[in-house]
Design a binder for this molecule. Structure first.
Ligand code: ADP
Ligand code: MG
Length: 334
């Protein structure tokens, strides 16, 4: 059974940035306005995320890392919307099977914080001879999740990683995506022991400012807003896209569907084709898109390892967005 759990976990969490994505989404779901990430050895040694959200009740700590433990299902009237948000209640469980996981958390109602350690879905004692029960400690409101020695018991996975700096770059990319998207939330990300953060965005920064601080100013100065919506296809789209004056070697596509960072090679290709007639040969755009699609229309069968998302009337929706891009590119002339 344990082997099965480990394999299942290894399929959901394939790389450190996938674990981090789940932890960021949990922190955002908890209503946090501040999110701090600390990383050691590309996330393989340490991945720590501290938020100031609503915290976890002490009573829930015992089952926190059991599979399908979620406080979010009731929020989704329509069960088919689960697919949009990944497999419910599997993230922390999965991580506990392939890493040393500890949680420190404090709710508004609690007079102290509680710390708990997990392995294979269950509470464990941090040291031999100690109790596995959560321990009261001093601490502020919110939650700190510490993931250590990721894949320590999955040697094949560990061997697949080439360098810590490559993994750290992917982690920064993931934090950067959410830092752009989550207006009203401050983000920071740094290496363990470093005095300066590699990403740092204040709570008050608007979307354009966030892009300016994380990506180059040369991009930010060329961005225009994009808005599209269509009732028939049940979608709404907002974003910032580069004008015809901007051109890079590679496409930057920050794509969010229902507030989850996702990949879509179809959207990427369509966007690149739309830009091709406006940019010098080989030139590529910067595009940030936030799509809201009726949850029932988003593919429910997306496996967590396939970051690719599909939705109903994909072609029609993409056509509308690309029309909007074409409009704004032909309008802007400086
Ligand atoms: P899911 O997010 O699908 O519910 P997870 O395994 O990611 O499943 O998390 C399990 C549960 O743990 C969540 O439903 C939530 O109640 C709680 N939780 C996890 N992380 C946090 C956090 N940072 N702040 C508050 N609650 C959290
Ligand atoms: Mg989650």
């Amino acid at each position: 059974q344990d082997v099965v759990n480990k394999i299942a976990a290894g399929e959901i969490i394939v790389a450190p940035e996938h674990a981090l994505k789940e932890l960021i989404e949990n922190a955002v779901d908890a209503g946090s306005t501040s999110l701090e990430v600390v990383v050691k050895d590309g996330g393989l040694k340490l991945l720590q995320i501290t938020d100031n959200g609503h915290g976890i009740d002490k009573e829930d700590l015992a089952i926190l890392c059991e599979r399908f433990t979620t406080s979010k299902l009731k929020a989704f009237e329509d069960l088919s919307s689960i697919g949009t948000y990944g497999f419910r209640g599997e993230a922390l469980a999965s991580i506990s099977h392939i890493a040393h996981l500890s949680v420190t958390t404090r709710t508004k109602e609690s007079s102290c914080a509680w710390r708990a350690h997990y392995s294979d879905g269950k509470l464990v004692s941090p040291k031999p001879g100690q109790s596995a029960e959560p321990k009261p400690i001093a601490g502020r409101g919110g939650t700190q999740i510490t993931v250590e020695d990721l894949f320590y018991n999955v040697p094949s996975r560990r061997r697949a990683f080439r360098s810590a700096s490559e993994e750290y770059a992917k982690i920064l990319d993931m934090v950067a995506r959410y830092a752009v998207h989550c207006a009203g939330v401050s983000f920071s990300c740094k290496k363990h022991g470093a005095s300066t953060a590699d990403i740092s965005v204040p709570t008050a920064a608007g979307t354009l400012d966030r892009i300016r601080q994380i990506h180059k100013a040369t991009v930010a100065n060329e961005l225009v807003t994009l808005n599209a919506e269509n009732e028939r296809w049940g979608f709404k789209c907002e974003g910032w896209i580069s004008s015809a004056n901007y051109s890079a070697k590679r496409t930057t596509l920050l794509l969010f569907i229902n507030h989850r960072s996702v990949e879509s090679s179809i959207i990427k290709k369509a966007v690149e084709q739309t830009y091709a007639t406006f940019l010098p040969k080989g030139g590529r755009p910067f595009v940030y898109l936030s799509l809201d699609i009726e949850p029932a229309r988003v593919d429910v069968n997306v496996h967590p390892t396939k970051r690719e998302v599909h939705f109903l009337n994909e072609d029609e929706i993409i056509a509308i967005i690309c029309d909007e891009i074409r409009n704004s590119l032909s309008k802007v002339d400086t």
